[in-house]
Design a protein around this ligand. Structure first.
Ligand SMILES: Cc1ncc(COP(=O)(O)O)c(C=O)c1O
Length: 343
């Protein structure tokens, strides 16, 4: 079984450390969110609300969906695990692109499902090949949009054409962990797609744009029977009390948080353009990271960045994913990337 490898931190010889390896928000929590967490600490001798009624109601309100269409988990990766557990049984196939989010093969193995991976085409999901990979044994398809680690996003028209080809008893999960960073108007919001299709589920998280990676809250929005099945597959009390309080406060502070996202998006464009000016090929990214296909040079590149205190996420023999951080972190990374090219 593959083990999940999390992004690491590094420190340069002169003590600098920029963690661009886990696609986290570079900003600390907002004061209003810290206050909500502090208030909630007085109640942590009690179990959390197992149904997370307050957070579910806030999300239902935020997205204009019924509370029955929502399932929560300790991070969207846990919700993904609940999905895999729901469909997983010997012989059940789950189709996803590769390379994509590193947790998928782990979750498939844990659930006893068979992974059917479809290679990316020019760093993008090859939806036609994915449709062709569906067999009578296929129970679920994951579409990571935007894709981790390449940052590329599927367009609405190609997604609709793909969904038209998927049998209605196969669940399609749109993993939208990075949705808030999408600026390409041709990339459809999964929530608009799910409304017309009972076999489409959308995964979202508070870990990235909302800056709550350390508290672990994510959710699924899908038709009633799918959301109900995913709720049943949970471990009781998975979403802790502080996480519920912080997520509710983050929804209330959404405007401020999304302004930060806008800053990250501007930095993303600056970083990508600077890399291209250095001579790198960088796919258009709709997420909070960039992808460099380095092949055999990947480990050397990650080492060169680490020497400058910049932790990137290397995938040996393939490439490196680099999260967008503060301007200072990004400048340090750009200097390391330029030096690697001898600039
Ligand atoms: C595509 C994708 N989905 C899901 C997750 C899981 O995020 P979390 O469990 O923190 O919500 C990640 C995290 O990196 C991701 O990249």
């Amino acid at each position: 079984m593959p083990a999940y490898r999390a992004g690491r931190a590094v420190v340069s010889a002169d003590g600098r450390s920029y963690k661009l390896s886990s696609n986290e928000s570079p900003y600390g929590p907002l004061p209003s969110v810290v206050e909500a967490i502090a208030r909630a600490t007085s109640e942590i001798h009690r179990y959390p609300d197992p149904g997370a009624a307050g957070l579910t109601a806030a999300l239902a309100d935020r997205h204009g969906v019924s509370a029955e269409h929502i399932a929560l988990g300790a991070g969207s990766v846990t919700v993904a695990q609940q999905l895999f557990e729901t469909v997983g049984e010997p012989g059940a196939e789950v189709v996803y692109a590769w390379r994509s989010f590193e947790a998928y093969p782990v979750l498939a193995d844990l659930a006893g499902a068979t992974s059917v991976t479809v290679p990316l085409l020019e760093e993008r999901h090859h939806l036609e090949a994915m449709a062709e990979a569906i067999t009578p044994r296929t129970r679920m398809v994951f579409v990571c949009n935007p894709n981790n680690p390449t940052g590329t996003a599927v367009h609405g028209a190609e997604l609709e054409a793909f969904l038209d080809r998927v049998p209605e008893d196969v669940l399609v999960v749109l993993d939208e962990a990075y949705r808030e960073y999408v600026r390409d108007g041709d990339v459809t919001d999964g929530l608009a797609v799910y409304r017309g299709r009972p076999n489409v589920a959308v995964l979202r998280t508070f870990s990235k744009a909302y800056g709550l990676a350390g508290l672990r809250v994510g959710y699924l929005i899908a038709d009633g029977p799918v959301a109900e099945a995913v709720r049943k597959a949970t471990v009781p009390f998975a979403v802790n009390h502080l996480a519920q309080a912080a997520a509710i406060a983050s929804l209330a502070a959404e405007k401020e948080l999304l302004e930060r996202v806008e800053t990250v998006v501007k930095e993303r464009e600056r970083v990508r353009e600077a890399l291209i000016a250095q001579g790198w090929t960088v796919p258009v990214t709709e997420a909070n990271f960039v992808w460099l296909r380095l092949g055999e040079r990947t480990a050397d590149f990650a080492g060169a960045c680490a020497a400058e205190g910049v932790a990137v996420r290397p995938f040996a023999g393939e490439g490196a994913r680099v999260s967008i951080g503060t301007p200072e972190a990004n400048d340090t990374f750009l200097a390391a990337a330029g030096a690697f090219r001898g600039l």
